[in-house]
Ligand binder design. Structure first.
Ligand SMILES: C[S@@+](CC[C@H](N)C(=O)[O-])C[C@H]1O[C@@H](n2cnc3c(N)ncnc32)[C@H](O)[C@@H]1O
Length: 279
Protein backbone atom coordinates (compact mmCIF):
# COMPACT_ATOMS: atom_id res chain seq x y z
CA UNK A 1 0.00 0.00 0.00
CA UNK A 2 1.31 3.43 -0.90
CA UNK A 3 1.90 5.62 2.11
CA UNK A 4 0.20 9.02 2.40
CA UNK A 5 2.73 11.78 2.09
CA UNK A 6 3.62 13.97 5.06
CA UNK A 7 3.23 17.60 4.05
CA UNK A 8 5.39 18.87 6.90
CA UNK A 9 8.47 17.24 8.44
CA UNK A 10 8.88 20.14 10.79
CA UNK A 11 6.78 22.99 12.14
CA UNK A 12 6.64 26.01 9.79
CA UNK A 13 7.82 28.41 12.53
CA UNK A 14 10.31 27.78 15.35
CA UNK A 15 8.82 25.81 18.23
CA UNK A 16 10.79 24.46 21.16
CA UNK A 17 10.02 20.80 21.79
CA UNK A 18 8.40 20.06 18.42
CA UNK A 19 8.63 16.37 17.55
CA UNK A 20 10.47 16.84 14.28
CA UNK A 21 12.69 13.81 14.87
CA UNK A 22 9.76 11.48 15.58
CA UNK A 23 7.31 12.66 12.97
CA UNK A 24 8.12 10.02 10.33
CA UNK A 25 8.20 7.12 12.76
CA UNK A 26 4.98 8.31 14.40
CA UNK A 27 3.26 8.50 10.99
CA UNK A 28 4.49 5.02 10.08
CA UNK A 29 3.17 3.53 13.33
CA UNK A 30 -0.34 5.02 13.15
CA UNK A 31 -0.84 4.08 9.53
CA UNK A 32 -2.67 0.84 10.25
CA UNK A 33 -5.22 2.38 12.65
CA UNK A 34 -8.82 2.30 11.44
CA UNK A 35 -10.27 5.30 9.58
CA UNK A 36 -12.71 6.10 12.38
CA UNK A 37 -9.90 6.69 14.89
CA UNK A 38 -10.11 10.02 16.70
CA UNK A 39 -6.67 11.50 17.34
CA UNK A 40 -6.59 13.74 20.39
CA UNK A 41 -3.39 15.78 20.60
CA UNK A 42 -3.51 16.74 24.29
CA UNK A 43 -0.38 18.91 24.21
CA UNK A 44 -0.53 20.11 20.63
CA UNK A 45 2.37 22.59 20.73
CA UNK A 46 3.20 23.45 17.14
CA UNK A 47 0.57 21.01 15.87
CA UNK A 48 3.20 19.00 14.02
CA UNK A 49 1.95 15.62 15.25
CA UNK A 50 -1.68 16.61 14.60
CA UNK A 51 -0.66 17.56 11.04
CA UNK A 52 1.17 14.25 10.63
CA UNK A 53 -1.89 12.35 11.90
CA UNK A 54 -4.21 14.15 9.45
CA UNK A 55 -1.82 13.70 6.52
CA UNK A 56 -1.39 10.00 7.31
CA UNK A 57 -5.05 9.31 8.08
CA UNK A 58 -7.06 11.95 6.17
CA UNK A 59 -10.42 10.33 7.00
CA UNK A 60 -9.85 10.56 10.75
CA UNK A 61 -10.86 13.34 13.12
CA UNK A 62 -7.82 15.08 14.57
CA UNK A 63 -8.22 17.36 17.59
CA UNK A 64 -5.33 19.77 18.09
CA UNK A 65 -5.06 21.41 21.50
CA UNK A 66 -3.42 24.69 20.60
CA UNK A 67 -2.53 25.75 24.13
CA UNK A 68 0.06 28.29 22.92
CA UNK A 69 -2.04 29.90 20.17
CA UNK A 70 0.33 28.67 17.50
CA UNK A 71 -2.43 29.31 14.95
CA UNK A 72 -1.99 33.05 15.57
CA UNK A 73 1.67 32.76 14.69
CA UNK A 74 0.76 30.89 11.51
CA UNK A 75 -1.87 33.50 10.61
CA UNK A 76 0.77 36.23 10.99
CA UNK A 77 3.54 34.70 8.87
CA UNK A 78 3.27 37.43 6.22
CA UNK A 79 3.55 40.14 8.92
CA UNK A 80 6.44 38.34 10.56
CA UNK A 81 8.25 38.10 7.22
CA UNK A 82 7.73 41.83 6.74
CA UNK A 83 9.20 42.60 10.16
CA UNK A 84 12.16 40.29 9.59
CA UNK A 85 12.80 42.00 6.23
CA UNK A 86 12.99 45.34 8.07
CA UNK A 87 15.44 43.86 10.59
CA UNK A 88 17.46 42.43 7.71
CA UNK A 89 17.62 45.96 6.30
CA UNK A 90 19.26 47.10 9.55
CA UNK A 91 21.74 44.25 9.94
CA UNK A 92 22.65 44.48 6.21
CA UNK A 93 25.75 42.52 5.30
CA UNK A 94 26.99 41.97 8.86
CA UNK A 95 28.51 38.53 9.38
CA UNK A 96 26.11 35.88 10.56
CA UNK A 97 26.02 35.33 14.35
CA UNK A 98 27.99 38.50 15.00
CA UNK A 99 26.99 40.25 18.20
CA UNK A 100 25.09 43.43 17.38
CA UNK A 101 26.10 46.80 18.82
CA UNK A 102 23.80 48.68 21.18
CA UNK A 103 23.03 51.21 18.40
CA UNK A 104 21.84 48.47 16.07
CA UNK A 105 19.92 46.84 18.93
CA UNK A 106 18.07 50.12 19.62
CA UNK A 107 17.16 50.46 15.93
CA UNK A 108 15.78 46.93 15.87
CA UNK A 109 13.78 47.48 19.07
CA UNK A 110 12.28 50.65 17.56
CA UNK A 111 11.21 48.78 14.43
CA UNK A 112 9.64 45.98 16.50
CA UNK A 113 7.79 48.44 18.76
CA UNK A 114 6.41 50.26 15.71
CA UNK A 115 5.34 46.99 14.12
CA UNK A 116 3.54 46.01 17.31
CA UNK A 117 1.72 49.34 17.34
CA UNK A 118 0.76 49.18 13.64
CA UNK A 119 -0.11 45.51 13.29
CA UNK A 120 -1.12 44.71 16.86
CA UNK A 121 0.85 41.47 16.93
CA UNK A 122 4.49 40.38 17.11
CA UNK A 123 5.54 36.75 16.94
CA UNK A 124 8.26 37.16 19.57
CA UNK A 125 9.39 33.55 19.38
CA UNK A 126 10.17 33.77 15.67
CA UNK A 127 11.71 37.23 16.06
CA UNK A 128 13.85 35.94 18.97
CA UNK A 129 15.28 33.27 16.74
CA UNK A 130 16.31 36.01 14.26
CA UNK A 131 18.19 38.19 16.70
CA UNK A 132 19.20 36.04 19.63
CA UNK A 133 21.74 33.36 20.13
CA UNK A 134 20.98 29.68 19.59
CA UNK A 135 17.63 28.56 20.99
CA UNK A 136 16.98 31.50 23.35
CA UNK A 137 13.51 33.00 23.24
CA UNK A 138 11.61 35.78 24.95
CA UNK A 139 7.94 36.69 24.74
CA UNK A 140 7.88 40.49 24.90
CA UNK A 141 9.62 43.71 23.93
CA UNK A 142 10.77 44.15 27.52
CA UNK A 143 12.16 40.63 27.45
CA UNK A 144 14.14 41.52 24.30
CA UNK A 145 15.55 44.68 25.89
CA UNK A 146 17.37 42.57 28.49
CA UNK A 147 19.09 40.33 25.95
CA UNK A 148 22.18 40.61 23.77
CA UNK A 149 21.38 40.57 20.06
CA UNK A 150 23.14 38.53 17.40
CA UNK A 151 22.71 38.51 13.67
CA UNK A 152 20.88 35.25 13.16
CA UNK A 153 18.37 36.71 10.71
CA UNK A 154 17.26 34.15 8.14
CA UNK A 155 18.06 35.03 4.54
CA UNK A 156 14.76 33.70 3.18
CA UNK A 157 11.19 34.36 4.21
CA UNK A 158 9.22 31.74 6.14
CA UNK A 159 6.95 29.89 3.76
CA UNK A 160 3.26 30.86 4.09
CA UNK A 161 2.39 27.40 5.52
CA UNK A 162 -0.89 27.31 3.67
CA UNK A 163 -2.85 24.23 4.56
CA UNK A 164 -0.84 23.56 7.70
CA UNK A 165 -3.91 23.67 9.94
CA UNK A 166 -6.37 22.41 7.34
CA UNK A 167 -8.71 19.69 8.51
CA UNK A 168 -7.65 19.95 12.15
CA UNK A 169 -10.20 20.63 14.87
CA UNK A 170 -8.52 23.32 16.93
CA UNK A 171 -9.28 23.84 20.60
CA UNK A 172 -7.52 25.43 23.54
CA UNK A 173 -7.92 24.05 27.04
CA UNK A 174 -6.16 22.24 29.84
CA UNK A 175 -5.17 18.78 28.61
CA UNK A 176 -7.09 17.11 31.42
CA UNK A 177 -10.34 18.68 30.28
CA UNK A 178 -9.76 17.40 26.76
CA UNK A 179 -8.79 13.98 28.07
CA UNK A 180 -11.99 13.81 30.16
CA UNK A 181 -14.03 14.67 27.08
CA UNK A 182 -12.62 11.73 25.10
CA UNK A 183 -11.56 9.17 27.69
CA UNK A 184 -14.68 7.04 27.19
CA UNK A 185 -14.50 7.21 23.42
CA UNK A 186 -13.34 3.79 22.22
CA UNK A 187 -11.97 5.26 19.00
CA UNK A 188 -9.73 7.75 20.77
CA UNK A 189 -5.99 7.69 20.27
CA UNK A 190 -4.22 10.14 22.59
CA UNK A 191 -1.09 11.97 21.52
CA UNK A 192 0.54 12.88 24.79
CA UNK A 193 3.63 15.07 24.60
CA UNK A 194 3.83 17.12 27.81
CA UNK A 195 6.57 19.64 28.53
CA UNK A 196 9.63 17.74 29.66
CA UNK A 197 10.90 17.94 33.18
CA UNK A 198 14.37 19.39 33.62
CA UNK A 199 14.26 21.24 30.32
CA UNK A 200 13.87 24.88 29.48
CA UNK A 201 10.18 25.63 29.02
CA UNK A 202 10.34 29.42 29.02
CA UNK A 203 8.49 29.73 25.73
CA UNK A 204 5.42 27.95 27.03
CA UNK A 205 3.17 30.21 29.04
CA UNK A 206 3.23 28.10 32.20
CA UNK A 207 5.06 26.74 35.16
CA UNK A 208 5.36 22.96 34.96
CA UNK A 209 6.05 21.03 38.18
CA UNK A 210 6.79 17.37 38.97
CA UNK A 211 3.25 17.01 40.32
CA UNK A 212 1.86 18.24 36.96
CA UNK A 213 4.09 15.84 35.12
CA UNK A 214 2.99 12.84 37.18
CA UNK A 215 -0.66 13.83 36.79
CA UNK A 216 -0.24 13.21 33.05
CA UNK A 217 0.17 9.51 33.81
CA UNK A 218 -3.61 9.33 34.29
CA UNK A 219 -3.96 9.80 30.54
CA UNK A 220 -1.83 6.72 29.93
CA UNK A 221 -4.54 4.49 31.37
CA UNK A 222 -6.20 4.92 27.97
CA UNK A 223 -6.02 1.95 25.66
CA UNK A 224 -4.28 3.78 22.82
CA UNK A 225 -1.65 6.46 23.01
CA UNK A 226 1.67 7.80 21.83
CA UNK A 227 3.52 9.22 24.82
CA UNK A 228 6.70 11.25 24.40
CA UNK A 229 9.35 11.67 27.03
CA UNK A 230 13.10 11.92 27.31
CA UNK A 231 15.66 9.86 29.16
CA UNK A 232 16.54 13.14 30.86
CA UNK A 233 13.28 12.97 32.79
CA UNK A 234 14.01 9.38 34.01
CA UNK A 235 10.28 8.73 34.04
CA UNK A 236 10.45 5.35 32.29
CA UNK A 237 13.04 4.23 34.82
CA UNK A 238 11.02 5.55 37.76
CA UNK A 239 7.88 3.71 36.68
CA UNK A 240 9.79 0.45 36.17
CA UNK A 241 11.27 0.81 39.63
CA UNK A 242 7.85 1.44 41.20
CA UNK A 243 6.55 -1.61 39.34
CA UNK A 244 9.40 -3.83 40.62
CA UNK A 245 9.42 -2.60 44.20
CA UNK A 246 5.78 -1.80 44.87
CA UNK A 247 3.87 -3.76 42.22
CA UNK A 248 2.77 -0.46 40.73
CA UNK A 249 0.48 -0.92 37.75
CA UNK A 250 2.84 0.68 35.22
CA UNK A 251 0.80 2.25 32.38
CA UNK A 252 3.82 1.99 30.07
CA UNK A 253 4.25 -1.75 30.60
CA UNK A 254 2.56 -2.87 27.41
CA UNK A 255 3.73 0.02 25.29
CA UNK A 256 6.36 -0.33 22.56
CA UNK A 257 9.35 1.86 23.08
CA UNK A 258 11.25 3.76 20.36
CA UNK A 259 14.31 5.85 21.07
CA UNK A 260 16.04 8.50 19.00
CA UNK A 261 19.43 9.80 20.04
CA UNK A 262 20.36 13.46 19.88
CA UNK A 263 24.04 14.30 20.07
CA UNK A 264 25.19 17.52 21.60
CA UNK A 265 28.70 18.89 20.93
CA UNK A 266 29.60 15.93 18.73
CA UNK A 267 29.77 13.23 21.43
CA UNK A 268 27.55 13.80 24.49
CA UNK A 269 23.87 13.30 23.98
CA UNK A 270 20.56 11.98 25.23
CA UNK A 271 17.68 9.91 23.96
CA UNK A 272 14.15 11.05 23.27
CA UNK A 273 11.56 8.34 23.70
CA UNK A 274 8.21 7.54 22.11
CA UNK A 275 6.04 4.96 23.85
CA UNK A 276 3.27 3.64 21.72
CA UNK A 277 0.30 1.56 22.72
CA UNK A 278 -2.21 0.41 20.15
CA UNK A 279 -5.12 -1.83 21.05
C1 LIG B 1 6.56 19.33 24.32
S1 LIG B 1 5.39 20.52 23.84
C2 LIG B 1 4.43 19.69 22.64
C3 LIG B 1 5.12 19.70 21.32
C4 LIG B 1 4.29 19.15 20.16
N1 LIG B 1 4.07 17.73 20.24
C5 LIG B 1 4.99 19.46 18.83
O1 LIG B 1 5.42 18.54 18.12
O2 LIG B 1 5.11 20.65 18.54
C6 LIG B 1 4.30 20.64 25.21
C7 LIG B 1 3.16 21.64 25.03
O3 LIG B 1 2.23 21.52 26.10
C8 LIG B 1 1.69 22.81 26.39
N2 LIG B 1 1.05 22.80 27.71
C9 LIG B 1 1.54 23.17 28.89
N3 LIG B 1 0.64 23.01 29.87
C10 LIG B 1 -0.47 22.53 29.29
C11 LIG B 1 -1.76 22.16 29.78
N4 LIG B 1 -2.07 22.26 31.06
N5 LIG B 1 -2.66 21.67 28.90
C12 LIG B 1 -2.35 21.56 27.58
N6 LIG B 1 -1.14 21.90 27.06
C13 LIG B 1 -0.22 22.37 27.90
C14 LIG B 1 2.93 23.67 26.28
O4 LIG B 1 2.57 25.03 26.20
C15 LIG B 1 3.57 23.10 25.02
O5 LIG B 1 3.02 23.67 23.88
Amino acid sequence: MERNKLNYNQAPLPFQGQKRKFVKLFAEKIETLPDDTVFVDLFGGSGLLSRAAKDTKPMCRVIYNDYDDYHLRIANIANTNKLIAEIRGITGSMPRFQRLSSDIKEKILTVIAKHEQDVGYVDYITISSSIMFSSKYVLSLNGLRKESFYNSVKKQDYSPASGYLEGLEICKCDYMRLFDEFKNNEKAFFICDPPYLNTDVTTYKMNWTLRDYLRVLNCLRASQFAFFTSEKSSLVELLEWLEDKFSYNNPLKKANEYRIRTTVNGTAGYEDIMLLKIR
